[in-house]
Write a protein that binds this ligand. Structure first.
Ligand SMILES: [Zn+2]
Length: 444
């Protein structure tokens, strides 16, 4: 007998949106039907609300342990919950120590279990020094290994060259895990940066010009080659240009096991946001011009990207001040609003595409990272990780509502119409004491 029913929401289930009741027992969805008879222990009236699978955000930096003063699991997971998330995968940096071996993994897992309000999985790191630790990380249950093809900006998480990437991918292929890459070509970026700095460049335009589309395309090309050669699954994070997305589509059509991620900020914002918000809108690859942003949006609508992740990457505001944009810390704080703003845009422009697009925020990342048997769908047998969305009159996002440790974001001032009225993690209201986040080990 189900112990909870969510009644008469507009429910995204089995690839379409329909008015339905969702029955839950022991935190697991047991039935969806147009109407379920009977009285249940708990009933939630969802009429007038959109009921979606919670976002499975495969790309956050919550920076704990070691840099809780930048964010931490408590504030980060609460902000993500307010933004529609019910599960996330934390990146191996910028925690200190980074997640590069069993000991650092255990520290991070304990920190997440102590204070995350959402379920979470963990990425392991792939750096030049830890090739011998990838196997122990796999045994710990990481979803895969994240590597930087360019300097990461964090001293204890160095980038890797193609030789190390090849070695790491060979090991990852043997372990049956994907490698995720930050794809920018260091030679191109370093040459451009040197030229720009030599003539005194330190403004927003200079920074944007230092990280051109070509550097992303070149790095994606290299990563695809090595993935093909080693037989390793490849995931390319935060794609920011149509050329790179097209390379991945082509490789996929040729049979390569590759997926690509885009982020709400590359879909919603163009480089003008960086002129408006400075380092609060600084990221790498950077925000692009409007034509490029629009082309990335079209690719998403054509179903040519696999995952949409926040790349929530916070830092204290004093690291984002100064006269030289190159020396200011990058990273966009966006997990509380990016997905909801994306939802607004989809509902405004092409509501029929919502089921398909929402799968890139839920079912696809969950299954890509080994959790597709229980996360990311509103279907019998899946965890009852649901968000109830109210659509209202657009309001302006204000700093005061931000749940991040530091109340800054390039989305401040944007209009938003969607609000998460309630969210359930395995059937329990997120944020209440009995609903706490669990570590999700990847099953190999
Ligand atoms: Zn990132």
């Amino acid at each position: 007998m189900p112990d909870l029913v969510i009644r008469q929401g507009r429910v995204l289930t089995a690839g379409k949106i329909e008015t339905a009741d969702v029955a839950v027992h022991g935190g697991v969805i047991v039935e969806t039907a147009s109407s379920l008879a009977g009285k249940f222990d708990r009933e939630i009236d969802a009429s007038g609300l959109l009921v979606l699978p919670g976002v499975f955000d495969a790309h956050v930096h919550f920076n704990e342990p070691g840099r809780e003063h930048w964010e931490g699991f408590a504030t980060g997971s609460r902000a993500l919950a307010a933004g529609g998330g019910t599960a996330f995968i934390d990146m191996p940096l910028n925690a200190s120590p980074p997640t590069i071996d069993r000991a650092s993994f255990e520290l991070k897992r304990a920190a997440g279990e102590a204070s995350s309000v959402l379920d979470f999985a963990l990425w392991g790191g792939l750096i030049p020094e830890n090739l011998d630790q990838l196997e122990e990380l796999a045994a710990c249950g990481v979803v895969g290994f994240k590597a930087f093809m360019i300097d990461s900006g964090i001293e204890d998480f160095p980038g890797i060259d193609p030789t190390i990437l090849r070695k790491g991918m060979k090991i990852a292929a043997r372990l049956g895990l994907p490698v995720a890459v930050h794809a920018e070509d260091p030679t191109i970026v370093e040459r451009r940066t040197r030229e720009i700095r030599a003539r005194g460049g330190k403004g927003v335009r200079d920074f944007l010009d230092s990280r051109p589309v070509e550097s992303e395309v070149e790095a994606v090309r290299v990563a695809l080659d090595i993935a093909g050669e080693t037989g390793c699954s490849l995931h390319v994070v935060h794609l920011s240009c149509p050329e790179a997305i097209d390379l991945i589509s082509t490789a996929k059509a040729e049979g390569l096991d590759v997926t690509g991620e885009v982020c709400p900020h590359h879909l919603l914002l163009n480089e003008e946001a960086m002129f408006a918000h400075g380092a609060f809108a600084k990221c790498a690859p950077p925000l692009r011009n409007e034509a490029t942003r629009a082309a990335v949006w079209s690719r998403m609508q054509e179903g040519r990207v696999d995952c949409i992740g926040s790349d929530h990457s916070p830092a204290p505001p004093d690291m984002k001040q100064g006269a030289d944009i190159f020396t200011m810390w990058g990273g966009i704080m966006g997990c509380q609003h990016g997905f909801l703003l994306l939802l607004d845009a989809v509902l405004d422009q092409s509501p029929d595409s919502l089921p398909e697009i929402w799968s890139h925020l839920s079912a696809t990342p969950a299954s890509r990272f080994g959790l597709g048997d229980r996360k990311g769908r509103i279907e019998p047998g899946y965890d009852a990780d649901l968000i109830l969305i109210e659509r209202g009159v657009p309001r302006t996002i204000e700093a005061a509502e931000l749940l991040y440790r530091h109340k800054t974001s390039p989305y401040i001032g944007e209009k938003i119409a969607s609000r998460v009225l309630r969210s359930l993690l395995r059937g329990a209201d997120v944020g209440l004491p009995h609903a706490h986040g669990c570590f999700l080990p990847r099953k190999i």
